[in-house]
Design a protein around this ligand. Structure first.
Ligand code: PLP
Length: 393
């Protein structure tokens, strides 16, 4: 049975071209870039090439890129650096829909005495700029707001947020882990001071990420040790994965605009077909302002987990916002923040596509989903429950 992988916001396959470039550095070229000898020292050039490729995708300068181990480390480092840059300020603003990489670091800082404001979002998952303006004060050290949401795909108005913060001289970090490689980002034009990305979300390997730090922004390392990354992030470089990330960024840059059209076409075909064939379905999130690869759909009268299991039996991978998936004890905090009714959260499924998905795969999911939903509804204890009336489309 062939796997149909529609869970690309969870992780992606490594692009074959990236893997190809990595392999020599996992086999014969295993040196340490810090070594004096050529065998190790020659790797520096490859790391710097990767840095330029990551910078190229973002419209950044190579020296503005710091390699990390993952998106979580980039997010933690950005927040820690920000609060250390302005030690007299004790207020942090973020949103209720951030990834735990930001939310749980904020909780950690709250335990150390920081005041955290969690901005609400609308039913469509959008940020209200008025709420941001109200929350800002003299004590605000940093604002951390994501570029695009991992569950709904909703894109925040990063340019507008950044303009406001720049005027007030407040640091702005954006978690762009889901956005990089899926939507154009030009940091020559966009205002964030810091931006996080993660390799495994854009067809590079797991275990590598990057943090962009705008030139002139005060930076404090989070990991101390050797002099790697010009003293900004210690630890022997994950050479092969950094090379993979560089290649993946180069590919994303070449393919991005065409790929966005392709993915939007596939996603919209899937979404429209499911809305037509499955009664009592609704889209969660702002359909006019989303990543092109993501759809989050709630199906009434069924458990998302039951749908996932049925899909899994057919070799189809997706994810759900309902309880107990991926070890989560709680229903999705993102959908709750969007005021999605509890029964709609329970029946929510996220499909997230990549350039490696095909129209045939979409057709297969279109074919099986109505059968799965109908079958589950016939045996569902949720049979009598109505979906919330708020249709977010
Ligand atoms: N931020 C967002 C929006 C994410 O979706 C993820 C991963 O799902 C992360 C951060 C964490 O990235 P990583 O898995 O590389 O630590």
């Amino acid at each position: 049975m062939n796997t149909i992988y529609f869970d690309n916001n969870a992780t992606t396959n490594i692009a074959p071209e990236a893997l190809e470039e990595m392999l020599p550095y996992l086999r014969e070229l295993y040196g340490n870039p810090s070594s004096m000898h050529t065998f190790g020292g020659q790797l520096h050039k490859k790391i710097e090439e990767a840095r330029s490729r990551v910078a190229g995708l973002l419209g950044a300068e190579p020296e503005e890129i710091i390699f990390t181990s993952c998106g979580t480390e980039s997010d933690n480092t950005a927040l820690m650096s920000a609060v250390e840059s302005v030690p007299h300020k004790k207020h942090i603003i973020t949103s209720r829909v951030e990834h735990p990489a930001v939310l749980n670091f904020c909780k950690h800082l709250a335990r150390k005495g920081y005041r955290i404001t969690y901005l609400p979002v609308s039913k469509q998952g959008q940020l209200n700029i008025e709420e941001l303006l109200k929350a800002l004060d003299e004590d605000t050290a940093v604002v951390s707001l994501m570029y695009a949401n991992n569950e709904s795909g909703v894109i925040f108005p990063v340019e507008e947020i950044g303009r406001i913060l720049k005027e007030k001289g407040i640091l702005f970090h954006t978690d762009a882990v889901q956005a990089v490689g899926k939507t154009p980002i030009d940091l020559k034009k966009l205002p964030p001071d810091m931006l996080s990305l993660s390799g495994h979300k854009l067809h590079a390997p797991k275990g590598v990420g990057a943090l962009y730090v705008r030139k002139g922004t005060s930076f404090h390392p989070y990991i101390f040790g050797g002099h790697q990354e010009h003293g900004r992030r210690a630890g022997t470089e994950n050479v092969a994965s950094i090379i993979g990330l560089g290649k993946a960024c180069e590919l994303a840059r070449e393919k991005l605009s065409q790929e966005a059209l392709y993915l939007r076409g596939l996603r919209d075909k899937l979404e429209n077909a499911l809305l037509q064939s499955c009664p009592d379905a609704r889209i969660n999130g702002d359909v006019n302002n989303r990543l092109p690869n993501t759809t989050n759909i709630s199906f009434g009268y069924v458990e998302g987990e039951a749908i996932l299991l049925k899909l899994n039996e057919l070799g189809i991978c997706a994810s759900s916002g309902s309880a107990c998936t991926a070890g989560m004890p709680e229903p999705s905090h993102v959908l709750r923040a969007m005021d999605v009714p509890a029964e709609a959260i329970r029946g929510s499924i996220r499909f997230s596509l990549s350039r490696y998905n095909t129209e045939e795969e979409v057709d297969r999911v279109i074919e099986v989903m109505p059968v799965i939903i109908k079958g589950l509804r016939e045996i569902s204890p949720l049979g009598g429950e109505k979906l919330g009336k708020d249709i977010c489309t």
